[in-house]
Design a protein around this ligand. Structure first.
Ligand SMILES: [Zn+2]
Length: 195
């Protein structure tokens, strides 16, 4: 979910001063649809109601904007928490989610990732194979093709890129969530592999 700041400005500018209830809408970019006819990724944006708040008729535009952003951020925080709860639950015996860098990399290499969930502060060094985009936190030789892996300063960025190639959904976590912080990254899976 993306908060469009321009949208919030527009909302504040056009709000009806006689109606003290302000509705906050967010632009939501739904999962990418792969359009086979156009042979490209298409984005369709729709709007979703994030919440409402009571405004005073003499609130300044700045105050309204601040309140609107608070409503939007609270909505975002709740959305993130629901996603994190789903991952924690599904990473149990069901095995339909994984948490932590190595398990997510493994799931990516198997094409299992439905939704990649990554903390905005995720920062890790790692290795990448330039032949096949294989990723690793520690391997310096590609387990797939045997080539020397290159160092990368931003493993998170490479994981997002790989997930995009697989048409996975990407969710960035912006708020502080104590139960996710230690993992930094996780994924909901499309399918499991029995071992
Ligand atoms: Zn390789």
């Amino acid at each position: 979910m993306f908060i469009d700041r321009q949208e919030l400005d527009a909302l504040v500018a056009y709000q009806n001063k006689e109606n003290p209830v302000v509705s906050v809408y967010l632009n939501v970019t739904p999962p990418r649809n792969y359009n086979t006819e156009l042979n490209s990724l298409i984005h369709t944006t729709r709007q979703s109601l994030a919440g409402e708040f009571n405004a005073n008729p003499d609130d300044s535009a700045d105050e309204l904007r601040k309140k609107a952003i608070e409503v939007a951020q609270e909505n975002e925080r709740q959305h993130e928490q629901a996603l994190i709860n789903e991952m924690l639950e599904k990473s149990g015996p069901e095995g339909m989610a994984v948490l932590g860098t190595d398990p997510v990399i493994k799931a990516l290499s198997m094409g299992q990732v439905h939704t990649l969930v990554i903390d905005k502060n995720f920062k890790k060094h790692g290795y990448i194979c330039t032949n096949d985009h294989m990723l690793s936190t520690h391997e310096q030789t590609c387990p797939l093709c045997g080539a020397q892996m290159a160092k990368t300063g931003d493993l998170g960025d490479e994981m997002v890129e790989e997930a995009l190639c697989q048409h996975s959904e990407i969710e960035h976590v912006f708020a502080e969530h104590a139960d996710f912080r230690n993992y930094g990254v996780g994924a909901l899976l499309r399918f499991t592999l029995s071992s």
